[in-house]
Design a protein around this ligand. Structure first.
Ligand code: ATP
Length: 299
């Protein structure tokens, strides 16, 4: 079976629906409060597991009631949590406010994610057989970099999604096998427009990344690699209800597809179908489809 390690964030998303955002100093009535297990790391781990990979999560939750709930949500999706550590204090939380127009405001509280250190990372020599290590940017960068270096030392391919956007040095880009990013992240790192995607993709290949995958929202995605292959895949036309975790679903599904040996173009179509299914449902992990459903949707 294909095996993937995900090292990243685990959050509880607390979503409040309001008519209008509160002004500074104002108190307003919320219409509905919902709790969704989320965090980019956990979402991508769940997406990869539901797409058929055997997934082990490396991360941290707090010793608060959310901690147990977040671990149990990962386990329910089939993700191994034996490398998820518990830290004193609160779990990571995202406070999300959605107004009547569907716009959102988000406050990210790092909680336990911010307390993860390199000493919490297991020795990857025990996992040198895995197909990929998948990372994002919601845990401290020194920890992410430590995992990237460890993975390289054990010849495990590194998939990196630099989200939320942050500058990445050329030296660090050269450590990445597969870079997956949206246009905002691409612009932040390249320091120039991500249009057209071909140009942006070539920028990253020129910096030593082996393959790059740009996600373009409802326009689809664009893939390029060092061998000169370039592939554009359109998004599936669907009526989007909530695009939360579309990117995470796409990345987890793509990682699983590649790990099981699916050719790139087919993997891109599989990931696009998974993401399309996720945008027609609300929530983060709750909206992520399983492999059988993705394959049915594609045919
Ligand atoms: P998010 O931050 O919302 O998780 P993102 O910005 O990381 O998303 P996007 O580029 O918006 O990532 O979306 C990832 C993929 O999801 C796209 O490449 C596309 O395949 C699919 N997708 C996104 N939005 C839509 C949509 N409205 N309809 C169909 N597919 C979509």
């Amino acid at each position: 079976m294909s095996e993937i390690i995900v090292a990243g964030s685990i959050n509880m998303d607390i979503v409040n629906h309001v008519d209008q955002f509160a002004l500074p100093g104002q108190t307003i009535q919320g219409k509905l409060t919902e709790f969704f297990p989320g965090g980019k790391g956990a979402n991508q781990a769940v997406a990869a597991a539901k797409s058929g990979a055997s997934v082990r999560m490396i991360g941290a939750v707090g010793r608060d009631p959310f901690g147990e709930e977040l671990i149990s949500s990962l386990r329910q999706a089939g993700v191994s949590t034996d490398q998820v550590v518990k830290k004193e204090g609160a779990s990571g939380m995202a406070f999300i406010t959605v107004n009547a127009q569907g716009e959102n405001e988000i406050i990210l509280s790092q909680g336990a994610n911010g307390k993860l250190t390199a000493s919490d990372i297991p020795d990857l020599s025990a996992y040198s057989h895995v197909h990929a290590v998948l990372l994002q940017n919601e845990i401290p960068w020194p920890v992410t970099r430590h995992v990237i270096l460890e993975a390289r030392r054990h010849r495990i391919p590194v998939i990196f999604n630099p989200a939320p956007a942050m500058p990445v040095s050329d030296d660090d880009l050269a450590l990445i096998d597969t870079l997956v990013l949206n246009e905002t992240e691409a612009e932040c790192i390249a320091g120039e427009s991500a249009e057209p995607p071909e140009k942006a993709a070539r920028f990253f290949i020129g910096r030593g990344v082996r393959e790059v995958l740009l996600t373009l929202g409802e326009r689809g995605c664009f893939y390029a690699n060092r061998d000169g292959d370039e592939i554009a895949v359109s998004a599936y036309p669907v009526q989007a209800v909530d695009t939360t975790a579309a990117g995470d679903t796409f990345i987890g599904a793509f990682a699983a597809a590649r790990a099981e040996g699916m050719p790139v173009r087919e993997g891109l179509r599989f990931a696009s179908a998974a993401a399309a299914l996720s945008v027609i449902r609300r929530g983060a992990q709750a909206s992520i489809p399983a492999k059988a459903e993705i394959l049915r949707f594609m045919n």
